[in-house]
Design a protein around this ligand. Structure first.
Ligand code: CAA
Length: 260
């Protein structure tokens, strides 16, 4: 598929997906969502790709939300379709068996915050701005914001953000646990790459099991979630990297993981 709205670059086992509609502050229309889904499918199927970074082109925005010019005339059934496409894409991103980093530069509003929430970790530049401003245009978040935001920052703060539509800066986003780390703007991509490289060198099967256990366990009752964790941890013992990791420990040497 030829991409018009994203850039897709693979280097050293790291796939970087850059939202690239800077004139519209990288707002997401359905074409961009489809391109993102396609790029994620490549990431899923290409064994050389070990980690993902998502970021925005230009200095001003990560993603300023779903494209309002595409949405303003939608009727209920079409709006539902657009939200389902967004949700399906976010869920694919969230559950892909490889680690993902949102490198948030500038505005991450509405769908922009929601994309970052579907990533495993969020790094932000000092000028990043987060928010769920949908209420200010008469709707609510539709790509997972009402569900993932409270799971991450708690219900009280999520309601404050979603019901007021307020924007918050990177410092506040860090305080509430919405972002993992904050960097000067020129350090955001190098630091994201450094962390992606680190994760790319981890045992790939164990990364997959960690994601499965966290993603699917958090919504279960504790006893069931613990069963899931035990099953995921048990599965790791069928992997080459578990054998190598434990052998290397006992032999007091660095492990040479092969990613499966
Ligand atoms: N959709 C479409 N176009 C957008 C956009 C969006 N979400 N956000 C910005 N743009 C466009 C603007 O229309 C403008 O285009 P023109 O130059 O052609 O007029 C261009 O990007 C630059 O934007 P501004 O001139 O507004 O820039 P600013 O610096 O004054 O303001 C901003 C920046 C605060 C991000 C402001 O653009 C803004 O509030 N954008 C909308 C944010 C928003 O409401 N996002 C939520 C969308 S709904 C959603 O995401 C639903 C969901 O859950 C899926």
């Amino acid at each position: 598929m030829e991409y018009k709205n994203i850039l897709f670059n693979v280097e050293g086992g790291i796939a970087t997906i850059t939202f690239n509609r800077p004139k519209a502050l990288n707002a997401m229309n359905s074409e961009t969502l489809t391109e993102l889904y396609d790029a994620l499918s490549i990431c899923k199927n290409n064994e050389q790709i070990k980690a993902l970074i998502l970021t925005g082109a230009g200095e001003k925005a990560f993603v300023a939300g779903a494209d309002i010019s595409q949405m303003h005339n939608l009727r209920v059934p079409e709006a539902l379709q657009f939200m389902e496409l967004g949700q399906e894409t976010m869920r694919f991103l969230e559950t892909i068996a490889k680690p993902s980093i949102a490198a948030v530069n500038g505005f991450a509003l509405g769908g922009g915050t929601e994309i970052s929430l579907a990533c495993d970790v969020r790094f932000a530049s000092e000028n990043a701005v987060f928010g769920q401003p949908e209420i200010l245009i008469g709707i609510i978040p539709g790509w997972g914001g009402t569900q993932r935001l409270p799971r991450l920052v708690g219900m009280g703060i999520a309601k404050e953000l979603i019901m007021s539509g307020m924007q918050i800066n990177a410092k506040r986003a860090y305080e509430i646990g919405l972002v993992n780390r904050v960097f000067p703007a020129d350090q955001l991509i190098p630091e994201s790459n450094k962390f992606a490289q680190k994760l790319a060198g981890m045992p790939g099967f164990a990364i997959k099991m960690a994601k499965n256990s966290i993603n699917f366990g958090c919504d279960l009752a504790l006893d069931n979630a613990l069963k899931l964790e035990a099953a995921c941890c048990g599965e790791c013992f069928g992997s080459d990297d578990q054998k190598e990791g434990m052998k290397a420990f006992l032999e007091k040497r660095k492990p040479a993981f092969i990613g499966r």
